[in-house]
Design a protein around this ligand. Structure first.
Ligand code: ZN
Length: 248
């Protein structure tokens, strides 16, 4: 499905309506750069307190690279993530990383994950939470959704951002008109800073050349992210998932 064929149209998002503290949750380093950089720029420019939480270590993108064994790759990706966020106005002191296994989040006990996220959120309980869309087509994004959603205060405003949905999502992955409001945010005003944030992720842009099966962000994906708009889905039902409620 293409952006210009959205199932039920979208409304322009006004970042001033989003209260702080704002938390951006990224299952992988680069999700926020691709999916919500323009919104982060708008929020930090407004002076909002913005925190970022990285769930996995990002260490599975190049599993066969001799020069980047997993520990080195994970450390490098953490630095890239922080550099990208700094370009968007989020200081390192407001970055938090759980270091869970990239590519295997669905094997982490959701209750344990929820408790960890809840512990981190306690530093500045989110009034606004940005997390990947519940059916964004990556298993780690889907596995993160319930525990992260359930870890925020019930009163937090929750916006779910699209990362892989336009590229890889089938029709069922998109929200239905009954399920969520669709917000869009133009990228143009923040394009150069968003480009800086994406460029910080050098390991994902061909910077590691000794793993023929390693992951590289397609230039079309980067171009789409820089063209925009960014998409945010706000579910009409903001209830906490039952499984998470039980574990909280
Ligand atoms: Zn991701």
């Amino acid at each position: 499905m293409r952006l210009d064929a959205l199932p039920h149209g979208s409304v322009s998002l006004d970042p001033r309506t989003l209260p702080g503290p704002v938390w951006i949750v990224s299952p992988h380093p680069d999700d926020e750069a691709l999916g919500c950089a323009a919104l982060i720029v708008a929020l930090t420019d407004l002076g909002r307190e913005v925190h970022a939480l990285l769930v996995t270590d990002g260490g599975f993108s190049h599993p066969n690279s001799p020069s980047f064994p997993r520990a080195r790759l994970a450390q490098t990706r953490l630095s890239e993530w922080r550099a990208g966020l700094a370009a968007l106005g989020v200081p390192e002191t407001r970055t938090h990383a759980l270091g869970l296994p990239d590519g295997a989040l669905d094997r982490v006990d959701p209750a344990d994950l929820g408790r960890e996220v809840n512990r981190i959120f306690a530093a500045a309980p989110p009034a606004t939470l940005l997390l990947p869309w519940r059916r964004d087509p990556h298993p780690d994004h889907r596995a993160a959704w319930g525990p992260v959603w359930g870890a925020a205060p019930p009163t937090a405003r929750r916006l779910e951002y699209a990362v892989w949905l336009p590229e890889r999502g089938d029709a069922d992955a998109w929200p239905t008109p009954q399920e969520a409001r669709v917000w869009s945010l133009a990228v143009a005003a923040a394009r150069s800073r968003k480009a800086q944030a994406i460029a910080a992720h050098a390991t994902q842009l061909g910077g590691i050349s000794d793993d023929p099966h390693g992951f590289t962000l397609a230039s079309e994906m980067v171009e789409r992210a820089l063209t925009g708009p960014e998409l945010y889905f706000e579910a009409f039902v903001q209830a906490v998932p039952a499984a998470q409620e039980a574990s909280a």
